[in-house]
Each structure stands twice: as C-alpha cells, then as structure tokens.
Ligand binder design. Structure first.
Ligand code: NAD
Length: 357
C-alpha cells in the first residue's frame, strides 16, 4: 500500500552515510574529504580504548582525544571539550560511541561549527538528527539547530558486537520508539512513514539473531540499518507522549535512558493505538499482534528486555508526581492525555504488567 498523501512537507539534511564491517578504518578518508586535517576524537570514559585506537588509526590527522563524554551532555563537560578543541586547533570532530558521545560532538559543533564524523556504537540514533539535549543545573533542555547535524556517519557492524545483550535490546527498543511514534506524528510524510516501517522491520528481523549470536555481523549490520532509519525518522518529525514521558522519567527521576524507553514503549503505543490504530497497523503486522502495544511487550519479553519501572529504581511513591509532571504542560498527542490515564499507564509500567489500554 502506498503511503502517498496529497499534501506534505519533508526535509532531508545533506548527510553522508557509509555502512560496512570495518568501515571505521575509512575515517581518514572522510576527514580528507571534508577538507580537514586536525581531528579531535571523542568518547565516554569506558570507551577510551576505542577512541585511542581510532586516533592511532587516523595517525597524523588526529590532534587529540577527549574521553569525558557523559550521559545527558552536561554543559560543564562541553565547555571543557570546547576549550580542548580550541587549544589543539581541531578542525573536525570524530565521535566514537553511543548517544552520549554523539551528544558531546553535537554540543561542541553548536559552539564552534566544526564538522562531525560519527561512528556509532549503539542504536540510539542521535547521529541522524539535528537535535541536541543538554543539561545545566540539573535541567535538561532540547534544541534543534542545523550546526548540530553530523555531516558523516560510518556504521560499522564490528563495533556493536561488544554491546552486551541487555544494552543491545534496550538500545534497539529506544531506536524503535522513534519509528513507532513517527508513524502517527502530526507532521509525518510518506517517506518518514516508509523509513519507520523499514526501521522496525530491520530490528524485528535481526534482534533475536544478535541476542543469540552477538558476533553475527550480517545481523548486527541490519540492526545498525534499523538504527539509522529510526534515527532519521526522529530527525524528520515531532515526537509525542512516549518521548515526553521518557524525558520526564529520565530528567526528574534520573532513570536510565535506553532502559526507560524499553519499558515504556509497549504502554505508550497501546495508549495511543486508541486514537491511531490505522497508523500503528504496521506495528501490529510486524510484531504479530492485533494490539500493537501487546506485540511490542511480547517482543521485549521474548528478548529478555526490562519490563518494569520499579526494576529501574523508580519508587511507587513517585508515580503520582511523575503523572503530575508529565501532564503539567499540554502538548500534541493523537490520544487526549489526562493525569488519570497517565497514572494508570505508569502504574502498569511500574509493575511490569502487560499494557493496560
Ligand atoms: P551511551 O552513549 O551513554 O552508552 C551507554 C553505555 O554503553 C556507555 O557506558 C557507553 O560507554 C557504553 N557503550 C556504548 N557502546 C558500546 C559498545 N559497542 N560496547 C560496549 N559498551 C558500549 O547511551 P545511548 O543509549 O547510546 O545514548 C543515550 C543518550 O543519547 C542520552 O543522553 C539521550 O538523550 C541521547 N540521545 C539523543 C538523541 C538526539 O537526537 N539528540 C537521540 C537518541 C539519544
């Protein structure tokens, strides 16, 4: 069935994307292609070895390594990294890692306009968007800016082999959330819908394989393909209830990013299916259940994904406050959002019950 609609707007950023096992070794070629000569390599502390290996591989084109990227992109770390980039006269950035490292690269680019080459090692999808979330004084704010959009992405299946099974599943569900919410986005277009469906299919086809066999490079490559497509959807269209709720849970209760997305997705999709059943039909088809939320719940359970917010550290006493914060400011969502419904939804997600709607 065609996804054509008579009237729509779409925007595609000029991004160069390469796929392939071992493609991370082509970074020098990409630096030269950008007309650059002095790359600063970025990573989180646990991925410092990968950053060092990358700098060695780049050789003379690398002028420094900064390994202090942190979840939620604290402005204080960005300021240190910008000072470092200026001190070594970097003319481009190479981010090796997940959303935290990509976030730091984007935050530096916002302040310096340096071009970015991203080599993702999770499925978060940040590399495919012009969105940046930053934290200052405990408050996370999000902006969109063309300077933040990475210029080059190199997806290397060999780099996601080391993702532990639990992070593989939660990171994939985090990516799938972008596609699932993209299906009913108010500003969706026929191409964003195509990308969302293909992205969900890529994960449905490959995730079980990589959990059973983490070194399966063909299946790992397919998961990265899903990550790219789902991330591109996130960069194209506006998100709704699911992302707002996860933002509240992460920002106000310090819950972990990918795990929170993984637990919440079946519940938010089940809730929104009441108003967007037709748009969510691809989710029902791909995950083999007439109820798209239940299909996602069964998929996550089969893969050993987390199912309960209480297991992520949220206290039962905080549920009411979470429902209050999540409904304090109105935003567009296909299904009307009330505090009573969100409290019910959060209660089911907290206990790890199947979706209540
Ligand atoms: P992350 O980058 O913090 O990675 C999670 C942990 O896994 C880290 O300790 C990291 O070092 C480790 N890790 C990463 N890759 C690994 C690998 N291949 N093998 C072993 N360990 C590995 O987390 P994430 O989930 O990728 O990203 C989350 C962050 O990204 C959040 O801050 C979120 O807000 C942001 N994000 C932003 C966007 C956007 O468009 N702006 C989109 C998605 C996520």
């Amino acid at each position: 069935m065609s996804h054509f609609t008579p009237s729509f707007a779409a925007h595609f950023a000029p991004v160069r994307v390469r796929f392939g096992a071992g493609v991370r070794r082509q970074v020098s070629e990409e630096i030269a292609r950008l007309g650059c000569k002095r790359a600063l390599v970025l990573s989180t502390p646990p991925q410092a070895d990968q950053a060092m290996e990358m700098a060695q591989d780049i050789g003379d084109l690398a002028v420094g390594v900064f390994t202090r990227a942190t979840m939620h992109t604290p402005v204080s770390v960005t300021e240190e990294a910008v000072a470092h980039a200026l001190s070594v006269r970097a003319d481009c950035l190479v981010s090796v890692g997940g959303g935290s490292t990509t976030g730091l690269g984007k935050a530096i680019a916002l302040r310096t306009d340096l071009p970015q080459i991203v080599v993702p090692t999770t499925y978060a999808g940040s590399e495919a968007t012009n969105i940046l979330g930053q934290t200052e004084n405990g408050i996370k704010t999000t902006l969109t800016d063309p300077r933040v959009q990475p210029e080059v992405i190199l997806y290397d299946a060999e780099l996601v082999r080391s993702l532990p099974a639990s992070l593989t599943v939660t990171s994939a569900l985090n990516a799938m959330a972008h596609a699932a919410e993209g299906l009913y986005a108010r500003d969706r277009n026929p191409v964003s819908t195509l990308l969302a469906i293909e992205g969900l299919e890529a994960f449905a086809e490959s995730l079980e394989k990589v959990v059973a066999s983490p070194g399966d490079l063909e299946a790992r490559g397919r998961t990265l393909y899903g990550a790219w497509l789902c991330g591109t959807v996130l960069g194209q269209v506006g998100m709704a209830l699911h992302h707002k709720l996860c933002h509240t849970l992460g920002g106000s209760f310090d819950l972990p990013h990918a795990e929170t997305h993984a637990v919440m997705l079946p519940h938010t999709i089940a809730f929104n299916a009441r108003a967007a059943a037709r748009e969510l039909e691809p989710v029902s088809r791909i995950f083999g259940n007439a109820h798209p939320g239940q299909g996602l719940f069964d998929f996550a359970r089969k893969l050993g994904g987390p199912l309960a917010l209480r297991d992520l550290g949220l206290k039962e006493a905080d549920l009411d406050k979470a429902a209050e914060i999540a409904t304090a400011k109105p935003y567009w969502n296909p299904q009307e959002v009330t505090k009573k419904d969100i409290a019910k939804l959060l209660g089911a997600a907290w206990r790890g019950d199947p979706p209540a709607f």
